[in-house]
Design a protein around this ligand. Sequence first.
Ligand code: SAM
Length: 225
Amino acid sequence: MRDLLKATIPNLTDEACDKFVAYYDLLADWNTRMNLTAITEPEEVVKKHFYDSLAALPYLKDGAKIADVGTGAGFPAIPLLIMNPTLKITLVDSLQKRITFLGEVLKTLGLSAECVHARAEDFGRDPKVRGQFDATVSRAVASLPVLLELTVPLLKVGGKAYCYKGDVSEELKTAKSALHLLHCTAETVPLASDYGARTLVICTKNAPTPSTYPRKAGLPSKKPL
Ligand code: SAM
């Protein structure tokens, strides 16, 4: 595992390597009791979960306030935090069991982050957090129009939503209306990958989000903008 990690992740310190090994062990153990991930083979976990999660790392400034919306078993937030522990990350998921797992991961790895059990639609309407984040990161949560409604309200004006995607050409067309209504612009960065097309869609929030968004829980996916 250590050789695999060092060969796959550039600039990996021994301390970060130990944390990835501990994270892998916890994932493998808890995955026998709850549904965390279908990917369990070490090489696939390292490439498809750990390395893939690091795509936004070069863009995140030290100390940035970040929300991982729909974090699941902690992707991309935990690998980002292992590589840069100065990040102030809030992990959001609507499944309590996954939030419990993440609490155990943070404790074992000696990392600090906030874990929130909430629907992103409700979290985004909470005045304590709305408009407070420098960035959001999200992977495998929803189509781009839906994901933008779940994440953009959390951002400061000028903040960026980093959306981890595969081939995004069709999704970008369907996201035009959401980008317009949420006052965002998008750029795409193709990512190096052994496992098919990977793209980082970076959406910049250019003006405050209208108070109508996010709509009530379930509506963003039922009726995408
Ligand atoms: N981001 C992780 C990854 O890349 O492996 C998890 C992906 S998993 C397919 C989607 C996760 O998003 C699930 O854990 C689910 O509970 C969460 N989720 C989906 N819709 C959500 C919402 N509206 N609010 C909060 N969490 C949500």
